[in-house]
Design a binder for this molecule. Structure first.
Ligand SMILES: Cc1cc2nc3c(=O)[nH]c(=O)nc-3n(C[C@H](O)[C@H](O)[C@H](O)COP(=O)(O)OP(=O)(O)OC[C@H]3O[C@@H](n4cnc5c(N)ncnc54)[C@H](O)[C@@H]3O)c2cc1C
Length: 334
């Protein structure tokens, strides 16, 4: 039995698109599946991607998909992957079902025989049919799902006045009166980074985020104040943020800022493999330096791998890197 695809890539963000382009150029039959729900859809401009600084994220995806689909080995499917399961092929010498192998330790595994190892099912979107296909290998590139602090209007400001990626959007907010809003224990470190772009920064913990007394003193030494009161909402007028409304009714004037979301990898569809898949404390998929997971034939790239949220260039680079290894692995041991 021959697999329908050499590779199925789940997710067409920068990681999946970069992996896809490399693989179709290596003449691997590649199916790229995407549900069109990118995490950066909230923003109008993406920064820092060479040759495309300031381009819209949708434009980047459109161009990436066009380049991929120009190759004969490419197929794109608009759909939501519902499950990825391991097929019962001959896996002598490999870790058995239920036991996890060491990440990337596949040297005894021969992926060159053309047999299907994985079954992938989807729910078709925008008129596309549901799919049930087989593949020799799979690349996971489905990024992260983010949850913002539960404030009534926060979504409305996200991507325009409030951002999460400091390196991506710090330049556009330079010298403004900024807020950092978050409920995590890494706010001090993030505040120090933001201080590269402004001398007027306040940290708002919403009564939840943790900043130790020692860190608060260090931040104060850099001119950054910490406010531990509960937040009622982000306020503003006509599309321009004006402040942070606190529990006692005070509105602290702020023009813009950064929010620290809670991130979780988008990998619910990998549930059938979860006992064999190494993940870290955050649930991110652990890979070796080549993008190999603990399951032979399964690769991962982009934001769903440690350390989690990064940038477009980094995600694209990791996709290209995993694709190079995958292409080599499909040739079998030498
Ligand atoms: C608001 C915002 C602004 C940002 N701005 C910048 C910026 O200016 N510059 C920069 O460099 N970085 C920016 N980033 C970060 C950047 O967007 C991410 O680092 C990058 O997109 C991660 O790429 P990825 O391919 O890993 O995942 P993503 O780009 O998130 O792509 C994952 C894809 O997988 C798909 N998917 C998920 N689950 C399934 C499934 N079950 N089946 C099929 N498809 C699925 C999704 O629909 C999505 O298209 C920003 C992020 C955010 C949230």
């Amino acid at each position: 039995m021959t697999a329908q695809y050499d590779v199925v890539i789940v997710g067409a963000g920068p990681a999946g698109l970069a992996a896809g382009l490399s693989l179709v150029r290596a003449r691997r039959r590649t199916l790229l599946i995407d549900s069109n729900r990118p995490r950066n859809a909230a923003t109008l401009h993406s920064h820092g991607f060479i040759t495309r600084d300031g381009a819209s994220p949708l434009e980047l995806r459109r161009l990436g998909r066009e380049e991929f689909e120009a190759y004969p080995a490419a197929e794109f499917h608009s759909g939501l992957v519902r499950s990825v399961t391991l097929l019962d092929v001959d896996r002598e010498g490999e870790a058995g079902q239920g036991s996890a192998a060491a990440v990337g330790a596949w040297d005894s595994v021969d992926l060159s025989n053309g047999q299907p190892r994985f079954r992938i099912t989807t729910r078709g979107l925008r008129g596309a049919p549901n799919l049930d296909v087989t593949a020799r290998t799979v690349v996971i590139a489905t990024g992260l799902t983010e949850t913002l602090p539960a404030l009534p209007s926060i979504r409305a400001w996200y991507g325009t006045n409030l951002h999460s990626c400091i390196d991506c959007d710090g330049y556009e907010k330079a010298d403004a009166a900024l807020a950092l809003v978050g409920e995590s224990n890494d706010l001090a470190e993030r505040a120090v980074l933001i201080s590269q772009w402004t001398n007027d920064l306040m940290v708002f913990t919403n009564g939840i985020g943790e900043v130790s007394d020692a860190d608060e003193a260090r931040l104060l030494g850099r001119g950054i104040r910490v406010d531990r009161r509960r937040i009622v909402d982000i306020v503003g007028e006509r599309g321009a943020m004006t402040g942070i409304e606190l529990e006692d009714g005070e509105i602290v004037a702020r023009e813009a800022g950064f929010v620290r979301p809670h991130w979780t990898p988008t990998i619910d569809y990998l549930e059938p493999l979860i006992t064999q898949l190494h993940t870290d404390d955050e649930g991110l998929i652990v890979v070796d330096e080549h993008g190999r997971t603990s399951i032979p034939g399964l690769y991962a790239a982009g934001d769903s791998t440690p350390p989690g949220p990064e940038q477009l260039m980094v995600a694209a680079g990791s996709g290209a890197h995993a694709a190079a290894m995958l292409n080599r692995d499909l040739l079998g041991p030498f």
